[in-house]
Design a protein around this ligand. Structure first.
Ligand SMILES: NC(=O)c1ccc[n+]([C@@H]2O[C@H](COP(=O)([O-])OP(=O)(O)OC[C@H]3O[C@@H](n4cnc5c(N)ncnc54)[C@H](OP(=O)(O)O)[C@@H]3O)[C@@H](O)[C@H]2O)c1
Length: 289
């Protein structure tokens, strides 16, 4: 059975990767501040700890999901962001190549500027904010190290959260109220994607007979703004939509792209597709909160 190591296994996507992939592969998760139980504590800023981990466990593939992924935090802490998002990824790419381990690096739709959607895998990148720039640099380091390494670009994520503010989607449930008005971005076009669909897609890619390196796009196909998501969540909670105000212009600190629709042309060719209806999935998630 293939051995798959996963960084960021304590995070939103990593937890889903652990749950889904464990049914098909021998999985080995690493985390940092929340590492506990079966999850190994591995500080990705510590290079000797990384090489010791790889030598001890010798995985066949490493899914690198750990990152600083909040654009506003990245702008405020550029050195920390570069260390984790770029330097650690570059080091992992080199060390995995030396050991013949396939690196699967999780990247973002924010490597694009959002002006020319939809984007295919080899469309030119042009990130607007520091987070996107850090992921663009990391992508280049991964792809330069080995043609067997992969870059997986994903859009805004949601799934089983430990607290509502853990994802930019579920936090909307905290922002709306039965009695108080709230404002929501109705400018940027998003494609909220369930982390389990990412995990199922990666399972299918890992089961392909050939190692498929290079760039892959994974994205749900339903387009919506944060305001649209707020309307759906308000309906599920029986809150009046009249309290929700759509904001026609961007309001966040770090600049965000308008529409980064990711076209999954390589997955389509392989016949791999895992999609789910946003309204049904978010209803289920919120019912367990
Ligand atoms: N969330 C989104 O909407 C979104 C959208 C597009 C792309 N992505 C990308 O998808 C990937 C997964 O995102 P996510 O939302 O699951 O992230 P997340 O929930 O914020 O989790 C981040 C993970 O990184 C780990 N980490 C932080 N600092 C570390 C360090 N120094 N050493 C080792 N591990 C460290 C954290 O471990 P501890 O918590 O244990 O410290 C945690 O497991 C990221 O690469 C992100 O850029 C996310």
């Amino acid at each position: 059975m293939k051995k798959i190591a996963i960084t960021g296994a304590t995070g939103l996507m990593g937890r889903s990767l652990m749950t889904t992939l464990s049914s098909y592969f021998h999985t080995l998760g690493t985390g940092f501040s929340r590492a506990a139980g079966d999850i190994h504590k591995l500080d990705l800023n510590n290079e000797s700890a990384i090489t010791a981990f790889l030598d001890t466990h010798q995985p066949d593939a490493l899914i690198h999901a750990a990152a600083e992924r909040k654009p506003d935090v990245c702008e405020q802490s550029p050195e920390q962001t570069l260390a984790l998002n770029v330097q650690a990824t570059q080091f992992l790419a080199q060390q995995c190549k030396l050991r013949n381990i396939r690196l699967i690096f999780i990247s973002t739709d924010y490597v694009f500027d959002g002006t020319q959607a939809p984007y295919i895998e080899n469309s030119a990148t042009n990130p607007l904010n520091f987070y996107g720039q850090s992921k663009q640099q990391a992508e280049q380091a991964v792809l330069a190290n080995s043609e067997l390494h992969s870059v997986i670009r994903v859009p805004v994520l949601y799934g089983d959260v430990t607290y509502l503010a853990e994802s930019a989607v579920t936090v909307i449930a905290e922002q709306i109220s039965e009695t108080q008005p709230s404002k929501h971005d109705h400018w940027a076009v998003r494609y909220p994607t369930h982390v389990e669909d990412i995990a199922l897609t990666l399972k299918d890619l890992l089961k392909q007979p050939d190692n498929l390196g290079g760039i892959f796009h994974i994205s749900n196909h339903q387009a919506m703004s944060k305001y649209d998501m707020a309307c759906i969540i308000a309906d599920h909670r029986n809150y009046p939509r009249s309290l929700l105000t759509p904001l026609p212009t961007p309001s966040q600190t770090a600049q965000r792209p308008y529409n980064c629709a990711l076209k999954d042309t390589r997955l389509t060719k392989l016949g791999i597709s895992h999609q789910r209806d946003f309204s049904t999935a978010i209803k289920y998630i919120l019912s367990s909160q």
